[in-house]
Design a protein. Sequence first.
Length: 279
Amino acid sequence: MSSKRSAKTPPPAPEPLSPLVDAHTHLDACGAEDDTMLHAIMDRAAAVGVQAVVTVADDLASARWVTRAAEADERVFAAVALHPTRAGSLTDDARTEIEALAAHPRVVAIGETGLDLYWPGRLDGCAEPATQKEAFAWHIDLAKRTRKPLMIHNRDADDAVLDVLRAEGAPETVIFHCFSSAPEMAHTCVDAGWMLSLSGTVSFKNARDLREAVPSIPAEQLLVETDAPFLTPHPYRGAPNEPYCLPYTVHALAELLGGSAAELARVTSRNARRVYDLP
């Protein structure tokens, strides 16, 4: 038998680190096909100190699912929107349904929305930039009307995202999920008072711009997330991710900052509960 770890083998459970809140995950994509599987994922997370998660929609079916999941498990909260690559599906009927879901008390954010300039031309059916910008503007307005945080997906689109936010006027609370940009963008976001959520990419040695940017993020503007089942932290990159893996990212972040993982857990959990208005 080969000693090489299979890419499909889930990482072992890390040592518990508490309290933690996973600020952005995708429980449906993690395989939560029913309530039993949902509870099992959350039990694994709770066993290592992850007390709550925000599970995030990327299309209309997912928006319905995350809202039901938040009703089914008290540790789960939801965010609803159409992912920028799916912005072409933002019909009038879709807008009406997303607005209705956004009003649900366990929907705590509008997201993930934003701009993705990597996939157009590479992914069949991906919304073009102009369509993405129109959808992004609509979601910004929805966040303002619902007074819920705006959760931004930004891929290869720093300047364009900032342009739309300036043109539309940013909501009171803005969260850049899976922040991966360079120090200049980090400074811009910090100066605006926005939250930056860090994922397993902070543990990737080749994420040089991000790792250079991280020390400039004030503790009170910092969140942590898994973006599961994607972006599994080093040394398990390529393996399936789940909320229980969040302590690996926090330890990597603490090592980068030369600080305490326990303190980062406390600070980021407190931040998440504040910005999402969690109990």
